[in-house]
Design a protein around this ligand. Structure first.
Ligand code: SF4
Ligand code: FE
Length: 489
């Protein structure tokens, strides 16, 4: 692996020249800018664990392409053990960063593209699979971070890609040349985009024959000509601008993943980096497999976050002298129960994984959708319980400036104190951590990341095999299977 640890990863980003805007100004160095540096540090943890004896087995893998040791984030799952190791790794990373460490999106994109390009080639006689493997060997050997770029802006949601008044609302090919293609459009909400090395472009939805120019999978360096990124605002990010460390809540790693709009203004992609070009019938398969992998992840990274939140609120109840109250213990029990229930579904969809024709393993798609659906409920309930236990002072807490003020600091220390021997500063730090982990942008990720809740419900009903369930009920009652109900069946 070329990049051996977090420091080397951070240094590698300084050699790139992506065009990134934030609050109307250009970011010259993502590793040092206060808006992006915390996200860089969170992603760096994926590199750091690979060189840590305690975690090396989870954080690295043996490449099935080269036999060399690689980061697990660049690996193609070869068996169920790989799927489960990924889940365990993501929970640990969630615990260590308390936030999104971003690198899973490209990881899932690599796995989805690997299995689908194999099947395109079998049917269409193309050579995408070989191209993808050659590109992937480079990613593995250099240990690069890849941003998986799937979500298009979508414009008028009642219309598909080919019917948009503005064709750029879905990323598309505007020109085919002998040596490659030219892309125009955008991808939104791109987690980790500003601190990745490469972009893996994928279609965002099923497509019909008229959408050939939109059915494109390809890889592009983040600083390729024509790429511009606009980094999103996050709740309370002005606190970060001023480096008010306590008030930020999680100064080291940021509140969420760090998302950006990526605009493609006539970006040239050479042929050897194109892994799908016009095979519309495979677009939905790619989205389906990517989504399944990513939905499985959410039951792992989010449980890591819930572990931190449960720990934070438990410590706060100790500071406040309420830890032994029976209702407090019961609510903490419920937080743990929800967290572990969520983790069960993440492990289960991995344990039930199956090989695709390419040999790459895919999680059980039904259980992965159930897993992500649970995230959209359990994380919110855990956050609700955390805020319940923490108390209302989180909403009215004075700033670090007041805490450190010569005039009023003594008042903040005195009146925001808790039990003897634990500093007011500790209480405030924990409160700000809980605020950062339960507010604003942090929970939006759990709702909409890896697809909004309705996307999972569509898949759950589609894969729920209702016909079989009806047959089960009929069989128990001796109702002949051939008799159709008047309604429903
Ligand atoms: Fe990975 Fe979770 Fe972030 Fe998605 S939200 S990129 S699964 S850490
Ligand atoms: Fe996400």
């Amino acid at each position: 692996m070329n990049l051996k640890n977090g420091t080397e990863y951070i240094e590698s980003l300084r050699k790139l020249k992506p065009i990134i805007y934030y609050k109307g100004k250009k970011i010259e160095d993502v590793t040092r800018h206060p808006a992006t540096a915390p996200h860089v540090r969170a992603a760096a943890m994926t590199y750091a664990l690979a060189s840590d004896d305690e975690y090396r087995d989870l954080a690295t893998a043996t490449s099935h392409l080269t036999g060399r040791t690689i980061s697990r984030f660049t690996h193609v799952h070869q068996n169920i053990e790989d799927l489960i190791k990924k889940i365990k790794l993501l929970r640990i990373l969630g615990q260590k960063t308390g936030t999104c460490f971003q690198r899973c999106v490209g990881f899932d994109g690599i796995n989805a593209a690997y299995s689908v390009t194999y099947e395109i080639d079998k049917k269409c006689g193309t050579d995408y699979f070989e191209r993808l493997k050659q590109w992937l060997i480079g990613i593995q050997d250099k240990n690069l971070m890849v941003v998986g770029a799937m979500t298009d802006p979508k414009g008028d949601r009642s219309k598909g890609p080919a019917d948009q008044p503005d064709p750029d609302q879905y990323l598309h090919i505007v020109e085919r040349r002998p040596d490659g293609v030219v892309l125009r459009g955008a991808k939104l909400h791109m987690t980790g985009a500003v601190n990745s090395h490469e972009i893996l472009v994928m279609p965002t939805t099923a497509m019909d024959e008229r959408s050939r120019d939109y059915a494109v999978v390809c890889a592009i360096p983040v600083d390729a000509p024509g790429i511009t990124m606009i980094f999103g605002r996050q709740a309370n990010d002005d606190r970060r601008d001023k480096l008010e460390r306590i008030d930020v809540g999680k100064p080291a790693f940021g509140a969420v993943g760090g998302e950006a709009l990526i605009a493609f203004e006539d970006v040239f992609v050479p042929t050897d980096r194109i892994f799908m070009d016009g095979e519309t019938e495979f677009a939905s398969l790619l989205v389906y497999r990517f989504a399944a992998h990513h939905r499985a992840n959410y039951g792992a990274c989010t449980t890591g976050l819930m572990d931190v939140l449960t720990g934070a609120v438990s410590y706060l109840t100790q500071i406040q002298g309420t830890a032994k109250a029976s209702h407090v213990r019961d609510k903490v029990t419920e937080m743990i129960h929800l967290c572990e229930t969520l983790y069960c579904s993440s492990i289960a969809c991995s344990a039930e994984g199956q090989p695709t024709p390419s040999g790459a393993y895919l999680v059980d798609t039904m259980l992965a959708n159930v897993c992500k659906q649970n995230v959209t409920r359990f994380h919110f309930e855990v956050a609700r319980l955390a805020l319940d236990l923490a108390g209302g002072f989180i909403a009215t807490l004075p700033s670090q400036y007041d805490l450190e003020s010569e005039d009023v600091g003594h008042l903040v220390r005195k009146y925001f104190s808790g039990v003897k021997d634990i500093s007011t500063e500790d209480r405030i730090k924990i409160a700000r951590l809980i605020e950062a982990m339960t507010g604003g942008t942090a929970l939006v990720e759990s709702m909409h990341g890896a697809g909004s809740p309705q996307a999972q419900r569509v898949m759950i009903l589609r894969e729920g095999n209702l016909d079989k369930k009806i047959k089960l009920a009929k069989a128990l009652l001796g109702i002949p299977q051939r008799v159709k109900a008047k309604q429903g069946e």
